[in-house]
Design a binder for this molecule. Structure first.
Ligand SMILES: [Zn+2]
Length: 334
């Protein structure tokens, strides 16, 4: 099943705030139990790019041996760490629930009592499917930002939707064409429909995931323009991650945009938030793609290197130099 079908059918249930009951609950249906299980008896402990990772297998793993899970965790952690400059939290636990078949997901990520994720994986899944899959990187991206009030779910789901393919492309795990294909084909689903009341008040699937992702793409462009290419959205997101410590923190969107904007000496995040949170604003996505030099011709994604924002487009999917405590070595897994 491809990414779009998967998201449309079941979404990615990432929990923002107060004690939710995730769908498809099996034996471990609350974060306290998952946290205790992974803290006391993990099947695997890894240390990577500044993060200590515990992995547990819940029940009959069948063909899902822990070394296969380790390879997938390392590949995904490398992409997320490359984007954020380090693994986004100090401690993270992953509980894998083996299920029938070969599907990957659903997944749920919590920030309390610690950063933990529960993820269902089919016992018959192939190594190729694991290598190509995006769900683990999406969940790890959720670790990077604080939790927000429920009405701002679009802010974090949009962020994970936007960042996940870019993080993988920066390490060469997918092509830039694949990144922009999602934008060309799927981002229009984030446009406001009749009766839309803005991102904070319209909790449909399209507005939450792709409307949210559109906010982050517009922020990317605004930061680039305001700073004449000196700063990027990546700088703002790294700053929010460092200031909050990740998803154990609980912030308002106002706090996050203030920290992000300060890092890039701009008001782009706050200004866009003010424009989009309470009103239906249709975005000229065709115009945005033209500026970036992106088009789809006969099913292929084509780039125009003479477009006004072609340099920005190239930089988005290029590996940035590590900062602080991180080193390039920690991103290389194979
Ligand atoms: Zn999510």
């Amino acid at each position: 099943m491809n990414r779009r079908c998967f998201l449309q059918m079941i979404g990615c249930l990432t929990v923002a705030a107060q004690s939710p009951q995730p769908i498809f609950a099996r034996t471990y249906d609350n974060p306290e139990d998952i946290y205790a299980r992974l803290k006391n008896s993990p099947d695997l402990r890894l240390s990577m790019c500044g993060g200590n990772i515990s992995v547990g297998m819940d029940g009959d793993a069948g063909g899902l041996d822990k070394r296969r899970m380790e390879a997938w965790v390392r590949r995904s952690a490398a992409a997320v760490s490359a984007y954020f400059g380090r693994f986004p939290v100090d401690q993270w636990g992953l509980l894998v629930t083996p299920v029938e078949g070969d599907r990957i997901g659903p997944a749920t990520t919590w920030g309390y009592p610690g950063s933990v994720t529960r993820l269902s994986v089919g016992r018959d899944v192939s190594d190729d499917a694991l290598r190509e899959n995006w769900v683990m990187v999406h969940e790890m991206t959720h670790l990077a930002l604080p939790r927000f009030p429920q009405q701002n779910e679009w802010f974090m789901e949009g962020n994970a939707t936007y960042v996940e393919p870019i993080a993988r492309a920066q390490l060469g795990q997918i092509s830039p064409q694949e990144v922009w294909r999602w934008v060309v084909e799927d981002m229009p689903k984030g446009q406001p429909q009749p009766d839309d009341e803005g991102l904070d008040h319209t909790h449909t699937w399209g507005r939450t995931y792709w409307g949210g992702a559109m906010y982050w793409l517009l922020a990317e462009i605004a930061i680039y323009k305001n700073s004449h290419g000196k700063y990027s959205l990546q700088d703002a997101l790294r700053a929010i991650n460092r200031a909050s410590g990740g998803n154990k923190a609980y912030w308002s969107v106002a706090q996050a945009v203030q920290v992000g904007d300060a890092a890039v000496k701009s008001d782009a995040l706050a200004s866009l938030y003010g424009q989009l949170k309470d009103r239906a604003v249709a975005i000229d996505l065709d115009g945005v793609l033209r500026q970036l030099g992106i088009s789809e011709q006969a099913g292929a994604i084509r780039f125009d290197d003479h477009a006004p924002l072609a340099e920005l487009r190239r930089s988005i999917t290029s590996l940035r130099k590590p900062d602080g405590s991180s080193t390039k070595a920690c991103f290389i897994t194979e």
